[in-house]
Design a protein around this ligand. Structure first.
Ligand code: HEC
Length: 188
């Protein structure tokens, strides 16, 4: 859970395991820490900042187990949410629709670029590089179209919010526009 926004450089540190455990604990207590900001030590602050991606220009090398965990947990179907078979048009294995990609890229530049980079670094929200490896397509569609419901009910979205400390506003995309952005993400 605590690995979603984690800096790839942090993941490369040899004593990653204990540090990560400590970070997870800190992340869970993020709300408490916010309320007692005056009492926070420098170390805690740094742990929270690192949890959301840092400056990482290094390539995304998240542990495979973390990616798997994220994918499994993300597959929770909730009422009113899009399921895999409701994605129109369906994703074609090994084939990318370039017309949809360019529409998706335009939407990204107007509505998402201010908060999301195309690399691994965080701006306000997480960078999008490799996102298709970490998330299912339906999870991404729901995050775009049902942002508030996801932030209120989905454990993975909530974990991200706790780490990023900013709530993503719903960008009011149509289903088709969200699908175009998803196709664009497949190229990242
Ligand atoms: C005002 C800043 C902001 C804008 C604009 C924004 N987002 Fe986000 N987004 C966030 C934040 C912050 C998160 C992390 C979740 C949270 O804290 O709410 C996020 C998370 C996401 C995620 C999940 C990322 C992951 O790694 O799993 C997706 C997908 C996403 N946003 C898509 C979009 C799309 C598509 C757009 C444009 C149409 C967009 N966002 C515009 C701030 C933003």
């Amino acid at each position: 859970m605590g690995l979603i926004c984690v800096s790839p450089t942090l993941a490369a540190v040899p004593n990653f395991e204990p540090e990560n455990k400590e970070k997870q604990m800190l992340t869970k207590k993020a709300t408490v820490y916010r309320n007692m900001a005056a009492g926070i030590g420098l170390a805690s602050m740094m742990a929270l900042v690192a949890a959301c991606g840092g400056s990482g220009s290094a390539p995304a090398e998240k542990p495979a187990t973390a990616n798997e965990a994220a994918k499994t947990e993300a597959a929770t179907p909730l009422p009113g949410m899009i399921t895999a078979d409701q994605i129109v048009p369906p994703l074609e294995e090994g084939k990318i629709d370039q017309a949809m990609v360019s529409k998706g890229k335009e939407i990204y530049e107007v509505k998402c670029l201010s908060c999301h980079s195309l690399g691994t670094n965080r701006v306000v929200g997480p960078g999008w590089e490799g996102i298709m490896k970490q998330r299912t397509p339906e999870w991404i569609m729901n995050m775009i179209l049902h942002t508030d419901a996801m932030l209120e009910t989905d454990p993975e979205a909530q974990a991200m919010l706790e780490e990023c400390l900013v709530r993503m506003p719903n960008q009011n995309l149509t289903n088709e526009e969200a699908r175009d952005v998803l196709e664009f993400m497949r190229t990242l």
